[in-house]
Design a protein around this ligand. Structure first.
Ligand code: ARG
Length: 459
């Protein structure tokens, strides 16, 4: 039969396929808490403004509490013919309290209702995300402190560049995650305006108090333009953007873990808790969790692209297209939370192999820049010439199959006769990292300071 909520104008119900394409209850039931909170705030405001009576308000509030309890306890019958969470809740309210339920939807529309619910949901998601990011930062900072002086190759082009410390490398990710948290905070502040009371698109003739509902729901203020309020999904796009950037950070770290776990690198080892074996190759220990974090970033980025494409052609105000906004956000949120938990687990689980890191860094002439800098400082060579001289010395060492510090002084002097014994002081890995004391540099003392500062800033 015709719909109980708009059946006045409709003689017949929808076709089965119409119902299936139209219904959002399958996923928007996730908004039930927000929907009930919004309705309670709205009912309280309607009564305070004299738009509904106090006994109707009391019946509505008590009825909504009962609906909430039924949903929380898993006793609620969600129905697809009631399309979405808003109509499911209202319809059950009518069953429980009867006639007063029909007064709840005064001075509002599902358009402002859904925008309000969804903002509240995204706001909670941002708060959860901040906690998850902080937990990963804490794990990285702990491991960075432990490895403040552990020397590893620093890379450019994935070629050994200069020695750095493992602690310094881990703290790089702490900075990235700090920016992710700050983006989440920005997005939260920007979304925190309440659409409720914008009604369908144009506002409402009832004497509502939008400040009251905004404050009751923890918003800073009501939205300023009713057309914008029901059409705006920037908050979802911002959430997905910052989630995509964050997932990209996790993916880069995951990629490094995958590399570091190879027999070629061996920089780290994950325990059985974070690896899988092969059904055919008994020697294998595969870092599947890291590979999946790397892969799942694709889903989050896909969700962002999906919603951008949904939104880009929509005229003002609401169109049903906008119902497609929720699944990408829900899915991205679930995926990102899982990836953050897995990454935190791996960071805490991994064991570094300082010997393997040292072997790797020694193989790549990592102190060549230190030699060039010595030539500048001690012999007064212009840097460009020092670069050239160092290149020829590296070539000699390569031909002999030794590192720079094992190359005899006489050999170096064939390239530049003024080089002295002193040069060996800058050619060790320890001297190299210890010398990089500029703010933000890799010197172990600097890294220890950075660990303490990161605890202050982030934890
Ligand atoms: N289920 C709808 C959504 O998620 C609620 C808003 C419906 N509004 C409308 N005018 N049909 O967007």
């Amino acid at each position: 039969g015709a719909n109980s909520l708009w059946g006045g104008r409709f003689a017949a119900g929808p076709s089965a396929i119409m119902q299936r394409i139209n219904a959002s209850i399958g996923f928007d039931k996730a908004l039930w808490r927000q929907d009930i909170a919004g309705s309670k705030a709205h009912a309280a405001m309607l009564a305070r403004q004299g738009i509904i009576g106090e006994s109707d308000r009391d019946a509505i509030l008590a009825g909504l509490d009962q609906v909430a309890q039924e949903i929380a306890e898993g006793r609620f019958q969600f129905s697809e013919d009631l399309e979405d969470i808003h109509m499911n809740v209202e319809s059950r309210l009518r069953e429980i309290i009867g006639e007063p339920a029909g007064r709840l939807h005064t001075a509002r529309s599902r358009n402002d209702q859904v925008a309000t619910d969804f903002k509240l949901w995204v706001r909670d998601a941002l708060d959860r995300l901040d906690g998850d990011l902080k937990a990963l930062q804490a794990a990285l900072i702990d491991r960075a402190e432990e490895h403040a002086g552990t020397i590893m190759p620093g890379f450019t082009h994935l070629q050994t560049a200069q020695p750095v410390t493992f602690g310094h490398h881990l703290l790089a990710y702490v900075e990235m995650l700090g920016r992710d948290r700050s983006r989440a905070l920005d997005a939260r502040a920007r979304l925190n305006e309440c659409p409720l009371g914008s009604a369908a698109l144009a506002g409402t003739p009832y004497p509502i108090d939008r400040e009251m509902t905004a404050w009751a729901l923890g918003f800073d203020r009501p939205t300023a333009n009713s057309l914008d309020a029901v059409s705006d999904r920037d908050f979802a796009l911002e959430y997905l953007s910052l989630a995509s950037i964050c997932a990209t950070h996790l993916s880069r770290l995951a990629e490094e873990v995958v590399l570091w776990c190879t027999t070629q690198f061996r920089f780290v080892r994950l325990t059985d808790a974070f690896t899988t074996g092969s059904s055919i190759m008994p020697q294998k220990r595969n870092p599947d969790a890291a590979e999946l974090v790397r892969a799942k970033a694709g889903r989050v980025i896909g969700a962002l692209n999906g919603l951008l494409v949904v939104m880009k052609g929509l005229p003002l105000a609401y169109s049903k297209d906008m119902q497609e906004d929720k699944e990408p956000v829900f899915q991205a949120d679930e995926t990102l939370a899982l990836c953050l938990a897995a990454t935190t687990g791996m960071v805490r689980d991994l064991t570094a192999d300082p010997d393997a890191m040292r072997r790797a860094v020694e193989a790549g002439f990592p102190t060549a820049t230190d030699l060039a800098d010595w030539l500048v400082r001690s012999l007064g060579l212009p840097f460009r010439e020092a670069h050239h001289v160092t290149g020829r010395i590296v070539k000699l060492a390569e031909e002999r199959g030794v590192g720079l510090s094992a190359l005899p002084l006489e050999a170096m002097r064939t390239v530049h006769p003024a080089i002295t014994e002193d040069v060996f002081g800058v050619l060790t890995l320890e001297a190299s990292v210890a010398s990089r004391t500029s703010f933000g540099g890799t010197a172990p003392d600097r890294v220890r300071e950075a660990v303490a500062a990161a605890r202050e800033r982030f934890l």
